[in-house]
Design a protein around this ligand. Structure first.
Ligand SMILES: *Cc1c(COP(=O)(O)O)cnc(C)c1O
Length: 401
């Protein structure tokens, strides 16, 4: 057995993985055009508007509002749906902090429900068990680009009279039973932050089908203005979440790259999944057969029996030393002190107890799950072989970690 690179052995690889983001002449040209046009803001331009049209079509939604980031896009979606002070929003705790932040920023209370260990996604039964008379919305998170069980979640929401806001920050192009995610529920958010599969450095979008909701989303992103209304006609209280024409131009170009990049990620994903299939102790998430397109954002895997977060950290560091960039994943929002403090503050002011959060499956993911840096998925077959070799090597030595 060759020695681990972290203990002084030879790393599996030293070559870098593909760079991200990807840009070319197209991006350079369109940026120069916006610069020269003097129309930099989207309120007086056509480029962001065109992107909104194109992205709505891409996600098979009727409407799209571009916003300056995904976190505030989620906040705007909740607010536009009437979610407010003291309302509860059921969501997984195994997600990015922005999912919960979005609720807390409008005085709503995130209520964490457990994930299904097989998929790493919000467990519909746990979500329903978390619903109370104060629940206003469910927030499925299409983590890694893998759609949640939207049949079950929409059925629960319809039966219980709840709004559904999809956190599709990682779900560009993803599809549940032949329908793209985002507007399967009432509204859905996508992020264009640097690490995401479509990016303008920062940015986001909210999609929806209902025209009245789209108007309220527009107002949330445009200081309360109404579509077609006057500049100083503020009929609602809203944020300014607009993006610039520079971002719109980049996004239009990135959108055109996305299908081909997704094909490469698909191919890489199946190669790597095949290579890792027989590796003992390693588990990749099950993909529901009703997922007809996976967003392929994060290749996630679990190392069974790692047991705790510190040991996982050492595993991640050992992989990095072998030349494979891996993230140790989320810490679980039910264990984040800032989120807990904010929930405590809001519920105390309302004279209510804090919602309980016993999440054994989430805790197991926190202890065992990790994912490859997203740009590795644009790699070659050799890159996949190196990753599989590095994972196997570190697993062989995992007793030493
Ligand atoms: C990236 C991300 C967000 C937040 O998006 P930003 O654009 O970074 O604000 C929210 N939820 C999930 C699951 C994410 O991955």
């Amino acid at each position: 057995m060759s020695e681990l690179a972290i203990s002084g052995g030879t790393p599996v690889r030293t070559d870098p993985f593909p760079a991200w983001p990807v840009s070319g002449e197209e991006e350079a040209r369109v940026l120069a055009e916006v610069l020269a046009s003097g129309r930099w803001g989207s309120s007086h331009g056509e480029i962001v508007r065109a992107f909104e049209r194109e992205f709505a079509d891409y996600q098979q939604a009727e409407h799209c509002i571009a916003v300056c980031n995904g976190t505030l896009g989620l906040t705007a979606a909740l607010k536009a749906l009437g979610v407010g002070i003291g309302d509860e929003v059921v969501m997984p705790a195994y997600t990015f902090v922005g999912s919960a932040t979005a609720a807390l920023m409008i005085g709503a209370v995130p209520v964490f429900a457990d994930v299904d260990l097989r998929t790493h996604l919000l467990d519909p039964r746990a979500a329903e068990a978390a619903v109370t008379e104060r629940t206003a919305a469910i927030m499925p998170v299409h983590l890694a680009g893998q759609p949640c069980d939207m049949d079950a979640l929409l059925e629960i929401a319809n039966r219980r009279g709840l709004a559904v806001v999809e956190d599709a920050a990682q779900g560009h192009g993803a599809e549940w039973r032949g329908r793209r995610v985002g507007a399967l529920g009432d509204a859905g958010m996508f992020s264009f932050q640097t690490s995401k599969n479509m990016t303008s450095g920062e940015g986001g979008a909210v999609v929806a089908n209902a025209p009245d909701l789209a108007d309220r989303l527009y107002a949330q992103a445009n200081v309360g203005r109404v579509p077609g209304g006057g500049w100083y006609q503020h009929e609602h209280v809203g944020f300014n979440l607009r993006i610039t024409e520079f971002q719109g131009a980049i996004l239009r170009a990135q959108l055109r790259r996305h299908p081909e990049q997704t094909r490469r990620r698909d191919e890489f994903w199946s190669l790597l999944t095949g290579m890792l299939a027989g590796v003992p102790g390693l588990r990749v998430p099950d993909i529901d057969p009703r997922v007809t397109a996976h967003g392929r954002h994060l290749f996630t895997f679990r190392v069974a029996g790692l047991g705790d977060v510190d040991r996982k950290r050492r595993f991640v560091r050992a992989l990095a030393a072998e030349g494979v960039p891996v993230s140790g994943g989320y810490v679980g929002l039910h264990r984040n002190d800032a989120i807990r403090r904010e929930i405590h503050t809001i519920t105390t002011r309302l004279g209510r107890p804090e919602p309980a959060a016993e999440l054994p499956a989430t805790d197991e993911l926190v202890a065992e799950a990790m994912w490859l840096s997203p740009q590795t998925l644009l790699g070659t077959k050799t890159d996949a072989e190196d990753i599989a070799a590095a994972i196997s090597k570190v697993l062989d030595h995992s007793m030493q970690l």
